[in-house]
Design a protein around this ligand. Structure first.
Ligand SMILES: [Mg+2]
Length: 133
């Protein structure tokens, strides 16, 4: 019991910012299958609120969202991190090829929709490696 609790507390926690319920379910299903703990929000503003409340190990960030979109949210997250000594890995999830814009906004990687299990797993492994280095 104690060991199980400890293990669940050590699980990596991923924040998914995505406005489409179908894509929310897809991301959540894939991440939970890989053993991640998942919190889902529907836009960039909600992502900022979620980050005020707790630490996440990575963010999967949709680009097109109502209100604060993924690029604007990422810029705000990076600005808020200045001087904090912490940097959360952010992976863009995009429908179009705007990789340069994503990197310029401060994202670490990007994935094309629809999410696929293998590329998601590989990309998260890579950003966790880079974050640890
Ligand atoms: Mg969207």
């Amino acid at each position: 019991m104690a060991e199980a609790m400890e293990r669940s507390e050590n699980r990596r926690h991923i924040l998914v910012a995505e406005d489409s319920p179908i894509n929310q379910r897809l991301a959540m299903g894939l991440l939970e299958r890989h053993g991640y703990s998942v919190t889902v929000v529907s836009n960039g503003q909600e992502a900022l609120y979620a980050l005020e409340g707790r630490r996440f190990d990575a963010i999967l960030m949709d680009i097109d969202m109502p209100g604060l979109d993924g690029l604007a949210a990422t810029r705000r997250i990076r600005a808020a991190e200045q001087g904090q000594g912490a940097r959360v890995p952010i992976v863009a999830v995009t429908t179009n090829d705007n990789a340069t814009e994503c990197i310029q906004a401060g994202m670490d990687a990007h994935l094309s929709k629809p999410l696929r299990a293998r590329s998601l797993r590989r990309t998260l492994a890579r950003v966790f490696n880079n974050a640890a280095a």
